[in-house]
Design a protein around this ligand. Structure first.
Ligand SMILES: Cc1ncc(COP(=O)(O)O)c(C=O)c1O
Length: 354
């Protein structure tokens, strides 16, 4: 039995995906009730009057090449957010199954789990500034609990830190055959760690989430990837609405991932890493900053003496920072996105002005 049949919702096994009309480009399309004329201002290549490719093979192929996986192991989604949503819908039964998260972490894992009506088990990361994964505590919490999904975020949001590979590996070994381990790598391009995609062949219950929102400057286009065993991809693809990826998004993705564009993205990633390290050094000497967590992402997580004063000062100078103080585990925490050099300079200037 494959991993999706073993762990997926049993009622979805026989679900047939919606039968889409043919996407043939050689025939006149009189089968989809579309308008024959372009909308005013439509500057896309394919034209918005027609439905987009149902499961955009071109985008799937491009993303599979980018992440070096077979196309059967990748599902293109509307951002990594949709990947999280599909996983909870495909694997969690309301009132029966549970997901495990390690806070402080990305809030959508808990929200998607709750929307699905499933239970949430929390096993906190170790304290700031390193926020390590407590693998033993995760393994203990899994015993006897109906956990179908473990969400791990590395590099983490809002922490910015990388979870130790040995700790993740311990969780992967303890969960074989029983639970999917989802590693959210939204920020991995900014880290020195290699992607867990390379270990997929060892662990069929491993799922990796990636996104073009951060390293590839496409947050507004909404493009993510679920990378996993082909049986998991087949199950999740049945849950996607028809034509979920818009024509504008398909075209933006193909442009951003064209061979000539990739070196530009790589250079920008390097630039942001340099800026991140420069900002971290400067912030560590700031009198109001208690600690700057070691970041492997495009943001910094700082703990400060007086978060309200810190945020107010930044705000007055025109900057929005992410207030993380509502989470009881990070009562003094603020997350700061790393930006272009001139903006980072202006922020440092604003924070140094009494
Ligand atoms: C850890 C993490 N995962 C997923 C997402 C969502 O990414 P996307 O824009 O691809 O939906 C974010 C967004 O900030 C994130 O921080």
């Amino acid at each position: 039995m494959n991993i999706a049949d073993r762990l997926g919702r049993p009622d979805l096994r026989t679900l047939q995906a919606y039968a889409l009309p043919s996407a043939s480009t050689t025939h006149v399309r009189l089968h989809a009730n579309e308008n024959p004329w372009r909308a005013v201002g439509d500057d896309t290549m394919a034209g918005l009057a027609q439905y987009p490719e149902p499961t955009p093979a071109t985008v799937g192929h491009c993303l599979a090449t980018l992440y070096n996986v077979p196309t059967t192991q990748l599902l293109a989604t509307r951002g990594a957010d949709e990947g999280i949503d599909l996983l909870t819908r495909g694997f969690l039964r309301a009132g029966v199954d549970a997901a495990l998260v390690c806070p402080p972490t990305f809030g959508m894992y808990a929200i998607a789990t709750r929307i699905q009506g499933a239970d949430l088990i929390e096993v906190p990361l170790r304290p700031a500034p390193h926020f390590d994964l407590d693998a033993q505590a995760v393994i203990t919490a899994l015993q006897g609990a109906p956990v179908k999904l473990v969400f791990l975020c590395s590099p983490g949001n809002p922490t910015g830190t990388t979870l130790a590979p040995a700790a993740i590996e311990a969780v992967l070994h303890a969960t074989r055959e029983r639970t999917l381990v989802v590693i959210d790598e939204a920020y991995v391009e900014f880290s020195q760690q290699s992607s867990w995609i390379e270990r997929l062949h060892e662990f069929p219950h491993l799922v990796v989430l990636r996104t073009l929102s951060k390293a590839y400057s496409l947050a507004g286009a909404r493009v993510g990837s679920v990378i996993a065993d082909p049986s998991i991809i087949a199950l999740l693809s049945k849950l996607l609405p028809p034509y979920s990826m818009s024509t504008g998004t398909i075209e933006a993705t193909l442009r951003a991932l064209a061979p000539a564009a990739l070196p530009i993205a790589t250079a920008r990633i390097e630039r942001l890493i340099g800026e991140r390290n420069r900002l971290a050094v400067r912030l560590r000497t700031h009198p109001a900053v208690l600690a700057v967590s070691p970041s492997s992402s495009n943001f910094l997580f700082v703990t400060v003496t007086d978060p309200v004063a810190f945020l107010t000062r930044a705000n007055a100078a025109g900057f929005l920072l992410r207030d993380c103080t509502r989470d009881p585990r990070t009562p003094l925490g603020i997350r700061i996105s790393v930006s272009a050099p001139d903006i980072n300079d202006r922020l440092l200037e604003a924070l140094s002005t009494p």
